[in-house]
Design a protein around this ligand. Structure first.
Ligand code: GLA
Length: 398
């Protein structure tokens, strides 16, 4: 059967697009290796940082012992470069034997024993982005079964080294193959990122039926410039992207880089605040073993997490871009609450920004405001009160 026939067949099977796994009613939270640890596979030279079972066990220890798990950070996620360069004689993917001597099932047990979940990475195509074995169409079902048999809870399915036709068949096929295993496995699709991220190339209502989340855009890197360009792309295209998100299906602007080398504390608060507004996955890629107390406080901010995890699951939007390089973001929440973020893209000094809730489309009434990062409460606001917030350069008030 050619690709075209397979595609037609998939399109004709009734209900063939329902993911329906009940997972990720709120955006996933956890830790992922890629942004911080990349494809460091030299465990002789760099035993503490190389992609190995030790790295994932270390992170599972930190997540379970340092208060992360209780806050919702539950997934420990392997990214690229975990595999052996060859499939096994049975055709199955296998981990690199030197770096994962205990195998993935053992690692999954270790992670599950700590009340956490395991994520893994594969690639729809002839090879992963870093050149490890890919999942060609004939291997989709086998790989899904292998992951399920190991006790995997989440799959990031990348799309390097495949063409648009293979992707259009492979992503829905993997969705079905994961369901067929009978194990609930959250499914992250990189497909939109390979199609330019926007309609008409990407059909988000269709994607919401086959994937729990999807990467739409570029990989994040360890810099404020990278955070800003991602934020700006999602906001510029929010009319297409924002309606696609909801319980069980999320846009993924990529990992939190808080605690690494590229962000100031203000910029780190900004990433946390804006990822909360965007209903983005809160998936950290940092070194939890050496994280500073400041970075931890930002990542463990209960109110910011609560906003991100709001059960209505409505993605927020950029409301305003002021000429003075101040932007205002808004997300409606449960219990008639709202989250607002005031972002300064200025480079001079803390900026005193004045506005009223009426001017931000709030209904008439009285309000109480809570400043997420200072912990201060402001009572007695009405929709017409002119309030002032002091926003640091490349910082936020939430
Ligand atoms: C792609 C993905 C990244 C990461 C790398 C691994 O670039 O977008 O998130 O998974 O591949 O090679």
């Amino acid at each position: 059967m050619g690709y075209f026939q397979v595609f037609l067949l998939l399109a004709l099977i009734p209900g063939s697009t329902g993911l329906d796994n009940g997972l990720l009613r709120t955006p996933p939270m956890g830790w992922m290796a890629w942004e911080r640890f990349r494809c460091d596979i030299d465990c002789r030279k760099d035993p503490t940082n190389c992609i190995s079972e030790k790295l994932f066990r270390d992170m599972a220890d930190r997540l379970s012992e340092d208060g992360w798990r209780e806050l919702g950070y539950e997934y420990v996620m392997i990214d690229d470069c975990w595999m052996s360069m060859q499939r096994g004689s049975d055709g199955r993917l296998q981990p690199d034997p030197d770096r994962f001597p205990g195998g993935i099932a053992n690692l999954a047990r270790y992670i599950h024993d700590r009340g956490l979940k395991l994520g893994i990475y594969a690639d729809m195509g002839s090879a992963t982005c870093m050149g490890f074995p890919g999942t060609t169409l004939d291997k989709v079902e086998l790989d899904a079964q292998t992951f399920a048999s190991w006790g995997v809870d989440y799959l990031k399915f990348d799309g390097c080294h495949s063409n648009a036709i293979e992707q259009s068949i492979g992503y829905p096929l993997m969705s079905k193959a994961l369901n067929w295993t009978g194990r609930p496995i959250a499914y992250s699709c990189s497909l939109p990122a390979y199609l330019g991220g926007l309609p008409p190339n990407v059909n988000y209502s269709y994607l919401g039926n086959i994937c729990n989340l999807w990467r739409n855009y570029d990989d994040i890197e360890d810099s404020w410039a990278s955070v800003k360009s991602i934020l700006d792309w999602y906001s510029t295209n929010q009319d297409d992207l924002q309606p696609a998100a909801g319980p069980g299906h999320w846009n993924d602007p990529d990992m939190l880089i808080i605690g690494n080398f590229g962000l100031s504390l203000d910029q780190a608060q900004a990433q946390m605040a804006l990822w909360a507004i965007m209903a983005a996955p809160l998936v950290m890629s940092n070194d939890l073993r050496t994280l500073s107390a400041d970075a931890r406080a930002i990542l463990q901010n209960r109110v910011a997490i609560g906003i991100n995890q709001d059960p209505r699951g409505i993605q927020g939007r950029r409301l305003l871009q002021e000429l003075g390089h101040i932007e205002v973001y808004w997300r409606p929440l449960s219990h008639s609450a709202n989250a607002l973020v005031f972002l300064s893209l200025r480079q001079d000094m803390p900026y005193l920004y004045r506005n009223s809730l009426a001017n931000l489309n709030f209904p008439a009434g009285s309000f109480e405001a809570y400043d997420v990062f200072s912990g201060k409460t402001l009572s007695g606001l009405t929709d017409h009160t002119i309030f002032t917030v002091s926003i640091n350069p490349s910082g936020v008030v939430m």
